[in-house]
Design a protein around this ligand. Structure first.
Ligand SMILES: Cc1cc2nc3c(=O)[nH]c(=O)nc-3n(C[C@H](O)[C@H](O)[C@H](O)COP(=O)(O)OP(=O)(O)OC[C@H]3O[C@@H](n4cnc5c(N)ncnc54)[C@H](O)[C@@H]3O)c2cc1C
Length: 478
């Protein structure tokens, strides 16, 4: 049984950066992962399943925090932004600024190398079974190594970066800080191909070498969206996400039996620009399916002796499902704060609470508002999305929403919109409710508790509001 300052479980994006951050801060760090180095960061047997797109702001954040400089070939292709298209393909909003399409397998190795170079001890081939809990505090992890032998490692702080299915989070004692599971309503089932292709028809609404495209369409991707992201060498990352209830409703109303798998193939067929797809099975990463959460991150990211980063804490953006950036930023912040706690000789919950505050300041403050908007969006059928994207919101307002900034849809501007021909007043009222609630959520997060003592009351307020939103907006894809 060995003793560390910090154990980081999972050497994916969040984990490798947490290990680097903690080691750079002087802590004795152990980084564990089930995979061999040659498969570092691989999420599942299906590979490094991801759309691979990340905003430049996150890449810059980690460069500034930890000094990590990324370049080609990890940053496979630069994109100008993410464009979201309406179901009828007549409206296109530019969301998020410049970014990159990553080579995920190479990216993961660079991050593990960075953690090692920063001083972390890396042990691959270790399956983490769960947390060691003593007196209500996480004191390390147990699991099995490559020979099948049991291990137990102890640490003052354990950072959970095991991804969405984390065996540590799921086995924490029931508590008011970290939930063990995520509701299926807040999960998207997703899949994607990485493939070379031929151009059938030049049309940048279907494939754009300079932009990541998102297609909203409740028939093709109920409760989610389809995407076509460019990759180098005339390849695409093309895929789709669906929400379970929305898919069931859509199938029953259309009398169909589609699954995620059949929908991806239909989406590819629907795409006018790409044809003759040939899977790029380098690294056995050509085709894969996995899940991603679309809720706000867990209300607290810390528990006694424990911090979580990335997908283990449900951090992907509730609207875009982009989780690479949040995993990068949270990993860097968690690692640094863990090292500060070790240096201060204070690993109490009160000290680790800084992580909640800092993550919210950097990214987390806006995600509850975005979750509200995601739930609202899932209640709209194609007709209403088309209508809303042409009549309800200006491009500026839509962009503001995508960044989690609530636009001022003032009474005067609402009145102008009504005069300009909105016939569906009810649907517009629902949008106003969603925007008002986003604003309330942003204010609630601006008042995130400064220490654990007032967390219970704050959390109850967030849960009550989110319950109200879920009761008001039910999935209604068709
Ligand atoms: C189809 C799809 C498309 C997506 N597209 C995008 C996109 O375009 N842009 C974007 O920003 N995000 C996207 N995401 C989300 C993004 O991929 C994740 O948010 C990101 O990978 C999270 O990183 P992480 O480090 O938290 O977790 P992970 O990448 O899941 O890493 C977890 C690590 O822990 C290891 N591990 C897990 N369990 C154990 C165990 N028991 N013992 C030991 N090791 C273990 C795994 O092997 C892995 O190395 C997408 C997700 C999916 C599924």
């Amino acid at each position: 049984m060995e003793e560390y300052d910090v154990i980081v479980a999972g050497s994916g994006i969040g984990g490798s950066l947490a290990a680097a951050g903690a080691a750079k801060g002087g802590a004795k760090v152990l980084l564990l992962d089930r995979n061999d180095y040659s498969q570092a960061g691989k999420k599942t047997n299906w590979g490094w399943v991801c759309g691979d797109a990340v905003a430049k702001t996150h890449v810059d954040f980690v460069r500034d925090e930890l000094g990590l400089k990324l370049a080609e070939p990890v940053l496979d292709v630069a994109v100008e932004g993410v464009q979201v298209l309406s179901p009828d393909m007549t409206r296109k909003f530019q969301f998020e600024g410049a970014g990159f399409s990553l080579d995920r397998p190479k990216f993961a190795k660079v991050l593990v190398d960075f953690a090692k170079k920063s001083g972390a001890e890396y042990r691959p081939n270790c399956e983490v079974g769960g947390p060691v809990v003593e007196d209500g505090k996480v004191a390390g992890v147990y699991g099995r190594d490559e020979k099948g032998e049991q291990f137990q490692y102890r640490a003052k702080i354990t950072i959970d970066a095991l991804g969405i299915a984390s065996t540590i989070r799921r086995k924490l004692p029931q508590n008011n800080y970290i939930e063990n599971t995520v509701s299926t309503d807040d999960i998207e089932s997703t899949g994607r191909y990485i493939a070379s292709f031929e151009v059938k028809e030049e049309d940048i609404n279907y494939y754009d070498p300079k932009n990541a495209l998102i297609h909203l369409n409740q028939q093709l991707a109920p409760g989610g969206y389809g995407w076509v992201f460019p990759k180098s060498g005339k390849r695409v990352n093309i895929g789709l996400g669906v929400e379970k209830k929305s898919l069931e409703i859509r199938n029953s109303k259309l009398n169909k039996t589609d699954t995620l798998h059949t929908l991806i193939d239909q989406y590819i067929e629907w795409n006018r620009a790409v044809t003759n797809l040939k899977l790029d099975d380098q690294d056995k990463n050509g085709k894969g399916y996995w899940s991603v959460t679309v809720r706000r991150q867990f209300d607290s990211l810390v528990y006694p002796g424990y911090m979580g980063a990335g997908d283990s804490m449900a951090m992907p953006n509730p609207i875009s499902a982009g989780g690479i950036g949040p995993a990068m930023s949270s990993g860097a912040i968690a690692g640094k704060i863990a090292a500060e706690a070790i240096a201060a000789g204070d690993t109490s919950m009160d000290f680790l609470w800084k992580y909640n505050l800092r993550y919210n300041e950097v990214y987390g403050n806006k995600t509850a508002g975005l979750e509200v908007f995601r739930i609202y969006l899932q209640s709209l059928n194609n007709e209403l999305i088309n209508y809303g994207m042409s009549k309800f919101l200006t491009k500026e307002e839509a962009i503001a929403i995508s960044y989690g900034n609530v636009p001022e849809i003032s009474i005067a501007s609402a009145f102008t919109k009504v005069l300009s021909g909105i016939s569906n007043i009810n649907a517009f009222k629902e949008l106003l409710y969603a925007v008002k609630t986003m604003k309330e959520m942003n204010e609630t997060y601006a008042n995130y508790p400064k220490d654990p003592s007032s967390f219970g009351a704050w959390k109850a307020k967030v849960n009550a509001k989110m319950h109200e939103v879920k009761e008001r907006f039910k999935p209604n894809p068709i």
